[in-house]
Design a protein. Sequence first.
Length: 207
Amino acid sequence: MGKSVNEVQSIEEIYSDILKGRRESFPRGTWMPANGGFDNFKRCFRWLINQELKYDREKIIDVYGLTFLFDYKLQGAYARLLRGKSTYDIVNTCFPEHGFKPWEFHVPVGYWDDDENIREALHWFLHEHLNYRYEDLVFLTYDKIANTKFARVVNTRFDCKIGNMLEFLYPTGDWTIKIHERKNKVVSEKMSKYFKERNRNAIGQFE
């Protein structure tokens, strides 16, 4: 019995030939679980990202999705192995070293229905992404969230109100009072600046 294609070429070499048009498809049974289907997919995916495209973590987040897998000839693996899995589950399993977060991709249906998911995501966003300390949160404004992936959950769950969100995250913080006091202070400072400037201009007219 002659050697199979898999014994002659590695799965990465076969995949490279497919992308370069030297081969039409993967060998029959490549994606079957009994033949190590997911390991074959993982090797192909990692080779594509690390060797062929040389994408870093941020680039993966920017471009990866189901369309990406189809564009790079991995639709067979998706159909036989990955259907029903979230894009996050797939990429995180293949690249555990990057420590991806679910909300960096398209989250599964119902993800934001879980309070713990919301709490974990918003803690990460506020303290790791925005680098806010606890004592800085009183200065947080909606525009910091408006154009992010978290806007929808803040809009629907917290009625677009930062105070409601902070009360959820830190129930003992008295955020409504703190935010009200901060806004009053800002208004007071603006009014003080306005009257000082007006008085300065009025005095200047008589000099």
